[in-house]
Design a protein. Structure first.
Length: 71
């Protein structure tokens, strides 16, 4: 199991947190998702090792919702 922590810009409320959580929870091998608009952090726990492809997919999903993942 591996965890991916991302800094996400543009979340302003609990609704933003829910949108991100709902989209990322649908990805394969995701065990849990926590998004916090106050800290600007999104934590995703996977059942498998996190690869560059997985990180890219997660980043694209978040950015497709209109938020910016900070590198």
């Amino acid at each position: 199991m591996k965890e991916l922590e991302l800094s996400v810009q543009g979340m302003s409320c609990e609704g933003c947190e829910r949108r991100i959580k709902n989209v990322l929870s649908e990805l394969p091998n995701v065990k849990s998702v926590k998004a916090n608009h106050k800290s600007g952090k999104v934590d995703i726990v996977f059942q498998i090792e996190v690869t560059e492809d997985i990180e890219k997919t997660v980043t694209e999903k978040i950015e497709n919702l209109g938020y910016q993942v900070l590198k």
